[in-house]
Design a protein around this ligand. Structure first.
Ligand code: SF4
Length: 108
């Protein structure tokens, strides 16, 4: 497995945002922490496990929380951002509102 750098992961995150029509959180320090977490998870597990969640022990068990995670589309649409607040909807980003803590749909 090829290891990733934080630069690789930052590029991945911006490509996801562009592809989905989302915005990255404008707080670059916060994004840096999440990017670091994603990079650590990639280099530890071999996949982009969500940096805000714990592994359930295998790639199969974590499939729903590999970034961009399954709940993220609904969260971005309904709440304005994903669980970690790495990705924001464009209207939410334009509103300038700070992301709030939201329930983890993984367990709903
Ligand atoms: S909540 Fe989902 S989309 Fe957001 S960083 Fe975590 S895995 Fe990625």
């Amino acid at each position: 497995m090829k290891t990733k750098t934080t630069e690789d992961t930052a590029l991945f995150a911006s490509m996801v945002a562009a592809k989905q029509g989302w915005a990255l959180n404008p707080d670059s320090d916060f994004v840096g922490i999440l990017v670091e977490g994603l990079t650590t998870n990639w280099n530890r597990y071999g996949y982009f496990l969500c940096p805000c969640r714990d592994t359930e022990g295998s790639r199969e068990a974590d499939a729903d929380v590999v970034c961009p995670c399954a709940p993220s589309w609904k969260d971005v649409e309904e709440r304005g951002h994903c669980y970690c607040a790495l990705y924001l909807s464009r209207p939410f980003a334009a509103s300038g509102k700070p992301p709030a803590s939201i329930p983890d749909r993984r367990y709903l």
